[in-house]
Design a protein around this ligand. Structure first.
Ligand SMILES: [Zn+2]
Length: 252
């Protein structure tokens, strides 16, 4: 085995309080499209900004139409070896927090607990009322929208929206605080499948690594933090081929 692989296994074995940061690259093998990649959705569609969603019926229709287009892929997606490896690390008592940029809900499906998970950009697996905050199952709302082409409303009269953070919408303070609190005590940072280019999310792993703890990046393609002095190990390639085998070896 490669010496870098052995180093990763040793780090995973030694860790007691990891911060795991994940991006789109861990879910592409589960059939979730990478929104920012070369074939990304944003090459075809204009994103609807939060401000417009709240003000304009046509913007709400556009947003629901875009979400409806992606819904069958999200509903059918299943966690892959990387999601399962992360859940195993938690069961082994090694995880402080899993911070994800992904909205696909696959960490939860793989068994990562709610207490350990921060979904920075929200989730597609719930719909949220923009007035009363009530959360509900997306399926009936998508059904209704498909039939009527009218954006669904809450029983309180508020606008319903898939519970993801829209463009122009702030991340939830509570989420950032949970991530930062865990980062302050972490003993290892692992960034998986993220180009580390979307802020403030990308500051979370880097901020933890700046305390002098090991920082591992695994990603296919360049990241914005490659070559930084905080990076201890950098693996190039498919996360699902690199990370799960190292986890099984470390937990053996
Ligand atoms: Zn409501």
């Amino acid at each position: 085995m490669e010496p870098e692989h052995d180093k990763l296994v040793q780090m995973l074995r030694a860790a007691r309080n990891m911060l795991i940061f994940t991006g789109a690259g861990i879910s592409t093998t589960s059939g979730i499209p990478d929104f920012r990649g070369p074939e990304g959705v944003w090459k075809r569609r204009q994103p609807v900004y939060y401000h417009d969603f709240m003000r304009s019926e046509s913007a709400r229709i556009e947003h629901w139409d875009y979400k409806l287009e992606g819904w069958p892929a999200f509903r059918a997606a299943r966690p892959n070896a990387t999601h399962h490896a992360i859940a195993q690390l938690e069961r082994a008592g090694k995880v402080a927090v899993v911070v994800t940029q992904n909205i696909d809900g696959l960490h939860t499906r793989a068994g990562t607990s709610r207490e350990k998970l921060v979904e920075l950009h929200g989730t597609n697996t719930l719909v949220e009322c923009q007035s009363c905050g009530e959360l509900s199952d997306p399926e009936p709302h998508f059904e209704a929208f498909r039939r009527t082409r009218r954006p669904p409303l809450c029983h309180c009269g508020g606008f319903l929206k898939p519970a993801t953070i829209s463009f122009g919408q702030n991340l939830r303070n509570e989420d950032l605080e949970r991530a930062e609190t865990a980062a302050a005590d972490a003993d290892l940072v692992v960034a998986l499948g993220s180009t580390l280019s979307v802020y403030p999310a990308a500051n979370i792993p880097l901020g933890a690594a700046a305390r002098g703890i090991p920082f591992v990046i695994i990603n296919r393609g360049p990241t914005e933090q490659d070559g930084r002095p905080e990076v201890t190990l950098r693996f190039e390639g498919d996360v699902s081929e690199i990370f799960p085998p190292a986890v099984s070896e470390a937990l053996r």
